[in-house]
Design a protein around this ligand. Structure first.
Ligand code: ADP
Ligand code: MG
Length: 742
């Protein structure tokens, strides 16, 4: 039997991997050649507060610092001074270009580079960078998704520097570019990007949190910031193998591919020794991120084979969002240097774990110079009074999540995440919150009212909330099946997909929780007005909220069938697929929420909805086209070649006058080929139906249900064929090869 060229390429790739060595990097060193500690070069490629202090006049520095810390607007008058300092710094570092770096509604970042180069009056070449160039730029906005908010003939939109996130230098092989983190807005003032609404939602929750704090006796706090630490999961596979998988290259996931004999069932990968080539990769990723001021802290093997995780130290949510985008970018870029392909898709491989981006979220007081600075509002305190405050914040969160659980689901909806949530082998897409034994017990006791008569302070002492910090540190109190879990002093929004920008999920969390807080504040006010003492009022409000939000709390196995039934009994939404989840965005209740807190205008909400539905449709259509092509040009041809050769073998065996048991396999093959052709034709039919749907909504629904089901049937037959066809005929790298070589 002749080796097919497809299979030849596959074997060649496997051979190449055997001779790969870990890539050596050259970390920063001192004059004696000794490796510098990270603290010596952390953030060297950023122009943050420290650099500003060194390079700016005192008054300018003070103003810009206020701007950054208080989330205020930048004073135009100081822009030129700041721009000059930034330019001088960037030029010394070897930068040639600058760009406004922003986050359109593609989930990725965008940048258009301009050279510093210009000419003076005498035609002499000089480097120039003005305050206005720092503050604002006008990319041709017509090619970015706007969800109908802006038509091509009104293409104008502008980007504006977000001074709360430091500028940075992006290094590439042959040069450096100064990147200015920016928001992207239309000339009518509509947000065209992901960051604007995030910043607005941060303001909204800050206002509510300050108000709540003041009511509990903490006066004078002017700003509270949501904090975010985004754990990033990803797969690494060898680049040579990835190149032979058109599905991975085009869609980010494998559309066909049979299960390997060994997957993750031995549970031997999680926290295992990191393979040397991977560790070399991680080290270079970290080096680049450290230079960019991204505080990556933790790295380890994840549950699935060839799956890994990188987690940062938390920061303010907007900075952390930028830093997660940079992390994904650096992961991709550095992968190429190590001959890896990094897969950020939520479910690149069927049958093994998918990848998430756990969004660790909390609220923190921002008051530089004050001892309250950095105080975590979800940290149970040491005194009964602090714990009453903690309970109020906790109940605000639960109220927000309970009232807006559909929206929270919509926040994480994407074609990739559908394979992680709600689909056949994935956990259900029901939003619930996990609190752990200790807190559950406390809330149950509050609900039962067993402690009410003793007075609020006594009650809290009796409840033992003050031991929470210690208890919570115990890692055993974890529930990995909960989409939204309290982990001691923060919530972990685990359901966010690995490829998603954190901007949108955090925007929705902030807004929903600001709303929860707003209700808590209103109830408190009422009680106080009625003459209750503060602590008594708090206890009553907490109790009412405990009862109200009970349905959203779930401590059991969130992946089980029982939970699906139980959630249905409780009346919690189970929005399985993206189209139905996204619809939550445009429900009246949601639009009222967004407009009430000034996070999105109605037009902006509609735009988010349309952009997301459209992206869903496009992603699925790309998948269908890719699948059709792979079946037609790779899977079926391999089946034809193998069955043809087998038929000839049967002919010659029979001619030799002996019986030919190969006929059995041949029959099986013929049967599968015929079935695949039938299913392939059926896909064509349902796909055309979807393509000719009258509305986008209808189209999305057809793709989510009928087309996806048809794709799954095709996959099943293709995978059966893979297990039957001679290895020498199979052109696509197999799961065992992709997942177990590094
Ligand atoms: P674990 O690894 O057990 O999940 P860690 O304490 O390591 O818990 O935290 C995981 C992530 O949560 C890290 O990115 C960390 O920075 C982040 N995190 C910790 N505290 C906060 C907080 N107050 N707000 C937001 N994120 C936080
Ligand atoms: Mg964690």
């Amino acid at each position: 039997m002749a080796l097919g060229t497809g299979a030849k390429a596959r074997f060649q790739a496997i051979k190449e991997i055997q001779s790969r060595n870990p890539r050596k990097i050259d970390p920063p060193r001192d004059e004696d050649g000794k490796r510098l500690p990270v603290s010596e070069y952390f953030g060297v490629n950023t122009f943050g507060l420290r650099q500003m202090k060194d390079r700016l006049p005192r008054d300018v520095y003070t103003k810009i610092r206020q701007t950054m810390e208080q989330g205020q607007k930048l004073d135009g008058e100081i822009a030129n001074t700041v721009a000059h300092a930034i330019k001088e710094w960037a030029l010394t570092k070897g930068a040639t270009h600058f760009c406004h770096w922003f986050q359109p509604q593609t989930g990725n970042t965008a940048e258009k580079h301009d050279a510093f180069l210009t000419f003076d009056d005498e035609g002499q070449a000089i480097e120039k960078f003005s305050g206005s160039q720092l503050i604002q730029s006008e990319p041709d906005a017509s090619s970015f998704p706007s969800g109908g908010m802006r038509t091509t003939f009104e293409a104008r939109g502008y980007t504006a520097w977000d001074p709360s996130s430091p500028v940075f230098l992006m290094e590439s092989t042959n040069g450096k570019t100064l990147c200015i983190p920016s928001v992207f807005i239309s000339y009518h003032g509509d947000a065209l990007d992901e960051k604007t609404a995030l910043l607005r939602s941060m303001d909204a929750i800050s206002k509510k949190a300050c108000e709540l704090l003041a009511m509990t006796g903490l006066e004078g706090v002017n700003r509270v910031v949501p904090t975010l630490g985004a754990e990033q999961e990803y797969f690494l596979i060898d680049r040579s193998l990835a190149a032979l998988r058109p599905d991975l290259m085009m869609t980010g996931r494998t559309l066909v591919g049979g299960q390997p004999p060994k997957g993750q069932q031995l549970e031997d990968h999680y926290f295992g020794a990191i393979p040397t080539r991977v560790l070399a990769y991680m080290s270079e990723v970290e080096l680049e991120l450290f230079k960019l001021g991204v505080p990556v802290k933790t790295r380890h093997n994840e549950v699935a084979p060839n799956q890994f995780e990188s987690a940062p130290i938390f920061e303010e949510a907007n900075v952390s969002t930028d830093h997660n985008q940079l992390t994904m970018e650096v992961l991709r870029k550095v992968a190429l240097k190590h001959n890896f392909a990094v897969l950020l898709h939520e479910k690149p491989f069927a049958g093994v774990n998918g990848s998430g981006k756990h969004n660790n979220w909390s609220l923190s007081v921002s008051a530089s110079g004050s001892e309250l600075n950095g105080m975590n509002l979800l940290d149970p305190g040491k005194t009964p009074h602090q714990n009453l405050r903690f309970l109020l914040v906790l109940m605000s969160v639960l109220k927000g999540i309970y009232k807006h659980s559909g929206l929270v689901r919509a926040a994480i909806a994407s074609s990739g995440n559908d394979h992680r949530l709600g689909a056949n082998e994935a956990p259900p897409a029901i939003v619930s919150a996990f609190l752990g034994d200790m807190l559950t017990k406390i809330l149950n006791e509050i609900e039962a009212g067993a402690v009410a008569e003793k007075g609020a302070e006594q009650a809290v002492i009796k409840l033992g909330v003050s031991q929470l910090p210690e208890v919570m540190k115990d890692n055993t109190d974890r529930n990995r099946t909960s989409p939204f879990a309290f982990t001691g002093n923060k919530f972990e929004f685990r359901a966010v997909g690995s490829s998603a920008s954190t901007a949108f999920p955090v925007t929705i969390l902030n807004t929903a929780i600001a709303d929860g807080m707003s209700e808590i504040i209103a109830s408190l006010k009422e009680k106080l007005k009625a003459g209750k003492k503060t602590e008594e009022a708090i206890m009553e409000v907490v109790k009412a909220a405990v009862i109200e939000t009970k349905k959203i709390r779930f401590e059991g196995n969130g992946y089980s069938e029982e939970w699906v039934a139980e959630a249905e009994r409780r009346g919690l939404p189970n929005l399985r697929k993206t189209p139905e989840a996204l619809h939550q965005l445009i429900e009246k209740k949601s639009i009222e929420l967004f407009t009430k807190y000034g996070v999105f205008s109605e037009a902006e909400v509609n735009s988010r909805y349309h952009v997301r539905v459209e992206r869903y449709i496009k992603n699925l259509m790309i998948e269908v086209d890719m699948l059709k092509s792979m079946i037609d040009t790779q899977v079926l041809p391999a089946a034809y070649a193998y069955s043809g050769d087998l038929a000839q073998t049967v002919v010659s065996v029979k001619a030799a006058g002996v019986s030919a048991p190969q006929v059995d396999v041949l029959n099986k093959l013929m049967h599968l080929i015929a079935a695949l052709q039938t299913k392939r034709a059926q896909l064509e039919t349902v796909y055309s139906k979807a393509e000719s749907a009258h509305t986008e909504e209808e189209k999305a629904k057809l793709l989510a249900v009928e087309v996806s089901a048809s794709m799954a049937e095709i996959r099943q037959i293709s995978d059966e064929l893979e297990s039957l066809i001679g290895d020498d005929y199979w052109p696509l790298p197999k799961y065992r090869e992709m997942l177990f070589s590094s």
